[in-house]
Design a protein around this ligand. Structure first.
Ligand SMILES: Nc1nc2c(ncn2[C@@H]2O[C@H](COP(=O)(O)OP(=O)(O)O)[C@@H](O)[C@H]2O)c(=O)[nH]1
Ligand SMILES: [Mg+2]
Length: 334
């Protein structure tokens, strides 16, 4: 199977990470999982990508871009940090949504350390207050493990003093092991996040080989990048109605060949299929080009990507479809 590792492909450059083994100082003495938890759109996946120094996770302006937890492994100051990006906790209105919340709660329960991520709103005009959704989420955070508060998107304000009411309100709601303001987008503060969590992980040996970046095969990311391209290109009901499966993933057998991928975009209605294909197939072409470039960036080689669109009515409510699309949380209990 096609796995992604640092430098395991022809061109290791896109895989290069701040934490690349060459830079790692000494052996791993701490190891564990860090769950990245928060509402939709606060920048959890962007934070994972910043920590990895690699655009691994799908990111978009749409809420619920992340549907299943994603592991990203970083070595930093003698620690092997297994960041687990999770779907945003939200009011679920479908079976899919409930599965997403469940998988985030599972991650919260199993983690050694929790990063609770909040974000500044897009247009800051005065003092920033705490979002009621964040205050409600704080109640659900564990009290028996370290929780680090990450205040993301600090690039949107110049006067950092405007954050003080927000910090005061969140800190009054519970005690945090540390508070780190960051911009996941500009990578400001990310090194501090790594420093902080590296200290908090339990002692123990590495669980993964030094060049392991994630536990998902490349075909998973191919599907994710097709969906990411759909989310970026469409609006309203289409993003939520889309799931992507990979029908074929054939690695090149020689240097001259390309990786051949065939993907199906599942939608719920004919109208959504029409939108995705677009006039004379222009929309699908745009989606295909964007997704292909993302896959090529990750594997460091050329890709041929064919995309089909199929109506699979009601898939978000059907357990069998969710299972087929790899969207069920691991645990069955509520
Ligand atoms: N200005 C700004 N935007 C950000 C930052 N981090 C994430 N975003 C944007 O916020 C949106 C949601 O990001 P995403 O990582 O998908 O959020 P998630 O739902 O919490 O995983 C995207 O449009 C990101 O580009 C940041 O530090 N600053
Ligand atoms: Mg996300």
């Amino acid at each position: 199977m096609e796995w992604i590792g640092r430098g395991s492909h022809g061109n290791p450059r896109p895989m290069a990470s701040k934490s690349s083994p060459e830079k790692a100082e000494g052996p791993v003495v701490r190891a564990g999982t860090v769950a990245i938890i928060g509402r939709s759109n606060v920048g959890k996946s962007t934070l994972l990508n910043a920590a990895l120094a690699l655009r691994l996770a799908a990111v978009s302006r749409r809420p619920q871009t992340t549907r299943t937890p994603l592991l990203g492994i970083v070595r930093h100051q003698g620690a092997e940090i297994g960041f687990l990006d999770t779907p945003g906790l939200h009011k679920a209105d479908s079976k899919l949504g409930r599965e997403m919340n469940r998988s985030a709660r599972d991650a919260l329960r199993d983690a050694d350390v929790v990063l609770f991520v909040v974000a500044l709103p897009p247009h800051v005009r005065g003092d920033v207050r705490a979002h009621p959704g964040d205050l409600a989420l704080i109640e659900q955070l564990p009290t028996d493990k370290p929780v680090v508060l990450i205040v993301n998107k600090i690039d949107v304000i110049r006067d950092k003093g405007l954050m003080l009411p927000l910090l005061a309100a969140l800190s009054a709601a519970r005690e945090f092991t540390a508070v780190v303001p960051v911009s996941a987008l500009t990578e400001q503060g990310i090194e501090l996040v790594l420093d902080e969590v590296a200290k908090l992980l339990p002692e123990g040996p590495a669980r993964y080989a030094a060049d392991t970046l994630t536990d998902r095969p490349m075909r998973h990311f191919a599907a994710e990048y097709v969906r990411e391209a759909v989310l970026r290109a469409t609006s309203q009901e289409v993003p939520h109605a889309v799931a992507v499966t990979i029908d074929e993933y054939a690695e090149p057998s020689s240097d001259k060949e390309v990786t051949r991928i065939s993907a199906t975009i599942h939608v719920e209605r004919e109208g959504q299929k029409r939108i995705l294909i677009g006039e004379k197939g222009t929309m699908l072409k745009r989606i295909g080009t964007e997704a292909r470039e993302r896959v090529e960036e990750l594997i460091g080689g050329r890709v041929h990507l064919a995309i089909w669109v199929r109506v699979t009515a009601g898939w978000r409510e059907r357990s069998e479809s969710l299972a087929d699309f790899g969207l069920l949380a691991r645990t069955e209990s509520t």
